[in-house]
Design a protein around this ligand. Structure first.
Ligand code: ADP
Ligand code: MN
Length: 176
């Protein structure tokens, strides 16, 4: 329900396939809005909010309940930018805007290769982008009118996305 929404600054989820620019965009947005950027991957590592390492996927098995417990208080306060390549396990009521970053396949391929991704880790992420997995997940998990897909191919895209979102944050008003 919207009635229990007491925050006076909005919470934003920035999601998308790895490499689409979530962390770059979120940190620039945090700087221009004074919202607080929470990188879930870093939080999971720092606070051990995982159930070990997945050798096959080559990443931590994140413990979604521990992550949500850890964030509950600050999300209630508002003013948080959550940065994560998944979105279906956060409470729906946490977010006022859900941003799905999208990148052209060949551009993404180069970025992930530069990051050292190879083999199935590389192809899984490219397929994730081709099939718009995160956009579908976001649409299934949040009201359609708060989900927005933004192109993130170039530096100009980042600049424009940050400007658009900064304007949105400025105009955001708490629900009464
Ligand atoms: P994510 O957090 O989604 O995995 P990052 O923000 O870490 O992505 O970006 C991955 C790499 O791609 C970084 O080297 C970053 O500078 C670059 N990058 C991300 N988005 C863009 C963009 N829109 N234009 C150019 N380079 C980008
Ligand atoms: Mn990142």
């Amino acid at each position: 329900m919207t009635q229990d929404c007491k925050r006076n600054r909005p919470n934003i989820l920035v999601t998308g396939t790895p490499g689409t620019g979530k962390t770059t965009t979120s940190s620039a947005l945090a700087e221009s809005t004074q919202l607080r950027h929470v990188n879930i991957g870093e939080l999971v590592r720092e606070k051990n909010l995982h159930d070990g390492w997945d050798d096959e996927l080559d990443c931590h098995v994140i413990n979604e309940d521990l992550v949500c417990d850890e964030l509950e208080d600050i999300m209630e306060q508002g003013g948080i930018i959550v940065d994560y390549h998944g979105c279906d396990f956060f409470p729906e009521r946490w977010f006022d805007q859900v941003v799905v970053l999208q990148t052209d396949n060949s551009v993404l391929y180069d970025r992930l290769t530069k990051r050292g991704y190879t083999g199935s880790k590389l192809t899984n992420n490219i397929e994730c982008e081709i099939f718009q997995v995160l956009l579908e997940e976001a649409k299934e998990s949040y009201p359609e009118d708060i989900v927005v897909a933004l192109k993130s191919d170039t530096i100009e895209d980042i600049t424009r996305n940050v400007a658009t979102l900064t304007e949105w944050v400025r105009n955001w008003q708490p629900r009464s």
